[in-house]
Ligand binder design. Structure first.
Ligand SMILES: [Zn+2]
Ligand SMILES: [Zn+2]
Length: 553
């Protein structure tokens, strides 16, 4: 029998932002046992019309059915745990998570229809546990959500550290400092590889602390004349706390708008993270507070059209409104792809006379990921034999790779989604490939692009659809004018001619041009009509709609 090896296989998040899902396997190559680290989602862009979520394709994991022992979640960001509710029913293995992640998962389950009840084994940052041949130690780090951890994963062939999302925060708003001592001790004992966050690998220096951001927000609030609204990522409990403290110091009360914020605040309060913070107000209480005594904490920092900030910008909230002279703080960054939506909201606010404060004008946001100096410190603490850059697009991965090499790391294997990287024994190298890709949550269903009809839907959104019903009589003559319905198609050509009429004429012409005896072949008639309608539309409009033709006799 072949000898055991220890492998790493990312199925998402390596070469892209989001959708993090990594597998670690140990055993003989034909009978490895596996754990999954994180199970995240990505959000769809305009190229995926109607799609709610993008999930990693777990065909490979379904194939190793029975050999997947458990899922370990590093923290409760959507790109790390957002696919659990949708994918877990296909896996049905125990999930290990911290109390905060478990709490948020349960709150999310309750808010969704028919979401599965997932058995969660709770671990705390700093603890270690065993899953089959894997010993897993959760090392506390700093990030932008409560209870983030790195995982030191040990098998009989050695230890690797999967950093998860992390940074070094000298003054976190919430939770412990990153456990430098523990990382150093792991380094002393010997670490094979560091599988490491690359998000900010192109940014020089160290990131500012969360407390410095809290200070920045306080300064803006204290100087603001009217209402202040702050929008941030809902899971950033430290930031929520900082805003609440800043409001208190400025003699203001905090009103919370947005379901996901309320959900996070409930979970965080239950776990004691918001102790000493005055109770937040709800929308109903708003009318009674003078403008200069309120801070509105709201969702919508990414321009989500249905979130609270968008509603404020459009002035369509029942009890709450902004007025000229008020301030909106974007305590967030723009996730690539959301630029336009965010800009639209900013413009609407500016039209209302509202002042915008964002990162760059004042220290009102900081990323939760390590910049280059922080990466170098981690390399020095852990002293790995090799570094595997993950959690980033190609530019970030390559950025970290060259940083690691320049720091004297001997080996930086090039790994992308679907690569099976042998971590040990021997030099780390890619030894196999596994299927990977994306699947889509669309309404109640999850499936591939083909299964969900997304390609056609995308096409429809560009060119529209025309349905033609052709009825032939016994002599294979047209029994009347065909019926034609166009959806999402231009109405008139450049000369004002009605496009439906043009397409109808083309359909009639197509039938007429087919010799009568050949019209017995109804498929042939349908195809001729389809082509004629498409080319008529193309001539008049410059676009070919999708055309469906029914021919009956
Ligand atoms: Zn994160
Ligand atoms: Zn992440």
């Amino acid at each position: 029998m072949a000898k055991e090896d220890f492998v790493f296989l990312p199925l998402g998040g390596v070469g892209e932002i989001g959708m993090n899902l990594a597998l670690y396997g140990y055993g003989p190559p034909t009978a490895r046992r596996w754990i999954m680290v994180d199970c995240g989602v990505t959000f769809p862009d305009a190229n995926l019309p109607g799609v709610d979520l993008v999930l990693p394709d777990i065909r490979f994991v379904e194939k190793i059915d029975g050999e997947l022992l458990a899922i370990v979640i590093t923290h409760a960001h959507e790109d790390h745990y957002g696919a659990l509710l949708d994918l877990w029913p296909r896996l049905k293995v125990p999930v290990h998570a911290t109390p905060f992640t478990a709490g948020l998962l349960e709150a999310k389950r309750q808010s969704e229809n028919n979401a599965p009840r997932i058995p969660v084994t709770v671990y705390r940052a700093g603890e270690a546990f065993e899953i089959g041949p894997f010993r897993i130690e959760a090392v506390p780090v700093s990030h932008s959500i409560p209870e983030p951890v790195s995982l030191a994963i040990t098998t009989p062939l050695g230890t690797v550290i999967h950093t998860g999302d992390w940074k070094i925060d000298p003054a976190p708003e919430l939770g412990p400092m990153i456990d430098e001592q523990r990382f150093r001790a792991l380094g002393d004992a010997g670490v094979l590889g560091l599988i490491c966050d690359s998000t900010n690998a192109l940014r020089e220096g160290d990131s500012p602390s969360e407390q410095a951001v809290g200070e920045g927000i306080r300064e803006v609030i204290e100087a603001a004349p009217g209402r202040v609204a702050v929008t941030t990522f809902s899971s950033n409990v430290g930031r929520i706390k900082a805003v609440a403290e800043a409001a208190r110091e400025a003699g203001r009360q905090v009103l919370v708008l947005g379901r996901s914020l309320k959900r996070v605040i409930d979970v965080a309060s239950d776990l004691g993270y918001l102790e000493g913070i005055a109770p937040f107000l709800a929308e109903e209480d708003y009318g009674y507070i003078p403008r200069e005594n309120v801070v509105i904490l709201c969702t919508g920092s990414q321009g989500e059209p249905r979130a609270a900030l968008a509603k404020l910008a459009r002035d369509e909230m029942k009890g709450v409104a902004l007025s000229p002279g008020d301030t909106v703080i974007f305590s967030s960054r723009t996730i690539p792809g959301n630029e336009k939506a965010i800009l639209e909201i900013k413009n609407q606010l500016i039209e209302q006379g509202v002042r915008i404060v964002e990162d760059g004008q004042a220290l009102v946001h900081v990323s939760g990921h390590p910049r280059r100096s922080e990466l170098l410190k981690m390399y020095e603490w852990v002293r790995p034999q090799f570094v595997v850059p993950v959690h980033g697009e190609a530019a970030h991965l390559v950025g970290q790779a060259s940083l690691a090499l320049s720091a004297g790391i001997r080996h930086v294997p090039r790994v992308r989604n679907g690569d099976v990287l042998r971590l040990a024994p021997g030099q780390a190298e890619v030894v196999d490939q596994a299927p990977f890709g994306r699947i889509f949550k669309d309404g109640f269903l999850v499936g591939s692009e083909e299964e969900m009809g997304i390609r056609d839907r995308r096409k429809l959104s560009y060119v529209g659809h025309v349905a033609v019903n052709v009825v032939l009589d016994d002599r294979h003559e047209l029994a009347g004018d065909p019926d034609l319905v166009a959806v999402g198609v231009a109405q008139h050509d450049a000369r004002g001619g009605n496009l439906e009429d043009l397409m109808l004429d083309a359909a009639i012409g197509a039938v007429d041009s087919i010799p009568r005896q050949r019209r017995r072949d109804l498929d042939l008639v349908a195809e001729a009509v389809r082509r004629a309608v498409r080319s008529a539309a193309n001539e008049a409009w410059g676009k070919k709609p999708l055309v469906t033709v029914f021919v009956t006799r």
